[in-house]
Structures are given as C-alpha cells and as structure tokens.
Design a protein around this ligand. Structure first.
Ligand code: FES
Length: 231
C-alpha cells in the first residue's frame, strides 16, 4: 500500500488502500467529541485523490488541477524529527506537540485545552488529555506514560478516511491511518506515521500535510505561528 504525491496533481493511491468517508460527532459548540460511522467509498485500483480542492468528482481527481495552474509544492520535512516540537509534561505523562501538523480538528480544546489538563495532573485530567491526544487525526499530539515509557498511540488498520467537519460545515483533511507509506513527488519517502492528515483543499502552507486552511483564516494561522515562534 502506498500514497504517491504527484507533481501539482493528485495523490495516487495504490495497493487497494480502503477509502471511507467519516464525520466528526460534535458538541453544542461545534468541537469534535469523536467520529461517526464510516462509510465505504468504492474505488478503482489505483485511484487518484484530489489535492487541489477543485475537482468536480471529489474525493477523486478529475483533471481540473491542470486547468487552474495548481501549485502543489511540498514544503514539509520528510522526517518528524525535523518538525518543530514542544514537550509539555507533568509527573505522570509527557506530551510531544508537533504544532506544524495541526489540522485544526479541535479535539484538544475540550475541558479547557490539553495543556491545562496536563498542568492539572490529576488522574481524571491525565485520562482526558490522553483521550484528546489519541483522537487527534493528524498525529500532532503524542502522549507518553512516563512510568512505562509507552505511548498512548491508537491501533489502526491501514486505510484512508475523508473527513467531514460537522462543526465547521466543511470537508476536513484526508486522514491516513495505520502507517500507509507516503512518497513525495520527487521520489523521497516521508517517515511512516500511524496517523497523518493530508491537504485536500489545496490551501495548506505545509503541503502535503493539512494545516487547517480548509476553515482557518490566514490571520488566525499567522497569530498562532507567531505565538509559537514559527513565523
Ligand atoms: S488534484 Fe486533480 S482535480 Fe484536484
């Protein structure tokens, strides 16, 4: 199974990677609580997923990218080790936060935010923090139990989920689960990750990964990058 990023074109998916659509289940504020039932999408082998955001046959590419001068240049690091990260820890758990992978799915905003929960360091707060981190589709948030050294990474089958964000009423990222290999347009391999979210709207600044631009404004992004010293 493999996903190949093509130059200024779609993701070419081969090896019969199952494709589904899935929706966030959201609370009254529109923050995701979990995921609804996934629904299978029939595919050819291989199949091309749109990454310019303009196909008339989504989630599949219909060739529109060639008519709109789509710039799909990849800028993300191949290895997670080269992506800016911050460690936040208490006596029991450690969170490694790779902000640049954030797809703004907002699972970590519940209960006052994951950082506040870690600061609190109660059994309840730590369990909530683990739940928030493992629900994040992008893999931005990784939590380790400091006593066992084990991560709380969820187990996934290899598959792709097209997310619909019911809180923001828009299509979300392409959620790649279970460690499907990803190859860049120039033939380099990204490090295999259990969870990653790929851009499907064509607007990400961190291609091929999603950075939430399907609903987040540029001003919002700039504010946050500044806050993290990444501007
Ligand atoms: S990438 Fe081909 S139509 Fe969007």
């Amino acid at each position: 199974m493999k996903i190949k990023v093509t130059k200024n074109g779609p993701y070419l998916v081969s090896g019969n990677v199952p494709l589904y659509k899935i929706k966030f289940v959201v609370d009254e504020k529109g923050n995701p609580l979990g995921y609804g039932e996934k629904e299978k999408i029939e595919t050819n082998e291989p199949y091309g997923l749109c990454r310019c955001g303009n196909s008339n046959n989504k989630p599949f590419c219909d060739g529109t990218h060639t008519k709109i001068d789509f710039d799909g240049e990849e800028v993300a690091a191949l290895n997670v080790k080269d992506v800016y990260s911050e460690d936040i820890e208490n006596e029991h758990i450690k969170l490694i936060d790779h902000y640049m992978y954030c797809d703004h799915s907002r699972f970590c905003l519940r209960h006052g935010g994951i950082r506040k929960l870690i600061k609190e360091d109660s059994d309840d707060a730590n369990e909530k923090a683990k739940d928030e981190a493992s629900n994040c589709p992008s893999g931005r948030l990784l939590i380790y139990d400091k006593e066992t050294g084990q991560s709380t990474e969820p187990k996934f089958e290899k598959e792709i989920n097209m997310i619909y964000d019911d809180g923001k009423h828009t299509s979300g990222p392409i959620w790649v689960k279970g460690g499907v290999p990803l190859e860049s347009a120039n033939g380099e391999e990204y490090i295999v990750r259990n969870r990653m979210t790929l851009c499907q709207c064509g607007k990400s600044w961190h291609k091929p990964f999603c950075n939430g631009m399907h609903w987040v404004s540029e001003e919002f992004q700039e504010k946050f990058l500044k806050r993290w010293g990444l501007d």
